[in-house]
Ligand binder design. Structure first.
Ligand SMILES: NC(=O)c1ccc[n+]([C@@H]2O[C@H](COP(=O)([O-])OP(=O)(O)OC[C@H]3O[C@@H](n4cnc5c(N)ncnc54)[C@H](O)[C@@H]3O)[C@@H](O)[C@H]2O)c1
Length: 301
């Protein structure tokens, strides 16, 4: 193990993912600083972390002393010169926009410990391109976390063209230290997870469109036949078919014909049937609950 629990971790971006990532490091014993330009986001993130820790104590997954220690480890800071000072690991998880990420990293690296490394939680941008603003791009690596971070065990470690062996090995150690299982992926469209998930969701939609089986039965097939916790159509409803479609378009343009989006997805998105968030996707939802028997019927397509 090349990292110690004295290592200072800075998480930049206190949104959905940054909140979860800061929680993971703080509860694992690292001095953790959560940085955002928005004070409101920082407050929201802090109370969300408190809420998750309280839930852990209530469910008996965490001792009260551990929850208190996690909160002691956490500081929320809106000044980058303070947040990044002497940082050993800087995890950027600000909005998915290259120029915002570049600006944050250019600033942060002025203050970080020499030898500190930078992890980026980008979903789809190039780690190689993100790293171009640093004097030493060998210190930049992708750390792709999953939502909700406190429940999801996986981190995809993504290698940019310049990522060094040393950076990789330190990143693996950080992942292990926060109880995550890491895999190593060369930078490529959709990495392993989004690529596989997009492929399955698309194929399930082709089957639905062709009338191969009902939506319910396609989902049951994957849950019961392969032990997937969720069927591909249920999962698409949760992720949002609008998001699915933009990922598929990206994969189609980079990886080719096998990712051509199924026309039924395009039609559903045009109709505003984006999934749970709009109350209607492949299934209908009322008060956040799926309406039984509401799966899109092949005969009605
Ligand atoms: N949402 C997911 O399921 C998911 C999963 C894996 C990776 N990601 C990636 O994680 C990153 C963040 O996603 P999110 O869903 O948490 O987004 P989000 O919109 O919830 O949070 C983004 C945060 O970045 C902050 N921010 C914007 N500009 C900033 C700046 N200049 N300095 C500091 N903070 C700034 C915003 O105030 C906001 O709090 C993105 O790159 C996204 O692609 C998201």
């Amino acid at each position: 193990m090349t990292v110690s629990k004295d290592s200072i971790v800075t998480v930049a971006g206190a949104g959905l993912m940054g909140t979860g990532i800061a929680h993971a490091f703080a509860v694992s014993g690292f001095p953790t600083r959560l940085f955002d330009i928005s004070d409101a986001q920082l407050e929201k993130a802090k109370s969300s972390i408190e809420h998750t820790l309280e839930g852990g104590v209530r469910l008996g997954k965490l001792e009260r002393t551990e929850a208190d220690a996690a909160l002691n480890n956490l500081s929320v800071i809106s000044d980058i010169s303070v947040a990044a000072k002497d940082s050993d690991l800087f995890v950027e998880t600000v909005s998915e926009n290259l120029s915002i990420k570049h600006a944050v990293l250019q600033d942060a690296t002025k203050y970080m410990k020499p030898g500190g490394i930078v992890g980026t939680n980008t979903s789809a941008l190039s780690v190689t391109e993100i790293a171009t603003v640093l004097d030493d791009p060998s210190k930049v690596v992708g750390m792709h976390f999953f939502n909700p971070v406190h429940k999801m065990k996986l981190v995809e470690i993504v290698l940019g063209i310049a990522t060094s062996e040393k950076t990789l090995s330190q990143t693996k150690d950080y992942c292990e230290a926060i109880g995550k299982t890491s895999i190593v992926v060369n930078e490529s469209p959709g990495l392993t997870t989004s690529r596989m998930s997009a492929m399955m969701g698309n194929e399930a939609m082709w089957m639905l469109q062709e009338g191969t089986a009902s939506a319910e039965d396609i989902d049951t097939a994957l849950r019961m036949g392969f032990n997937h916790p969720m069927g591909p159509l249920e999962l698409g409803d949760m992720t949002g078919w609008d998001t699915r479609l933009s990922v598929l378009k990206h994969l189609h343009s980079t990886l080719g014909e096998k990712f051509r989006p199924c026309p039924l997805i395009i039609k559903m998105v045009a109709a505003g049937r984006h999934g749970r968030k709009t109350g209607h996707g492949v299934y209908k939802y009322e008060d956040g609950k799926r309406v039984p028997g509401s799966g899109l019927k092949p005969s009605l397509i």
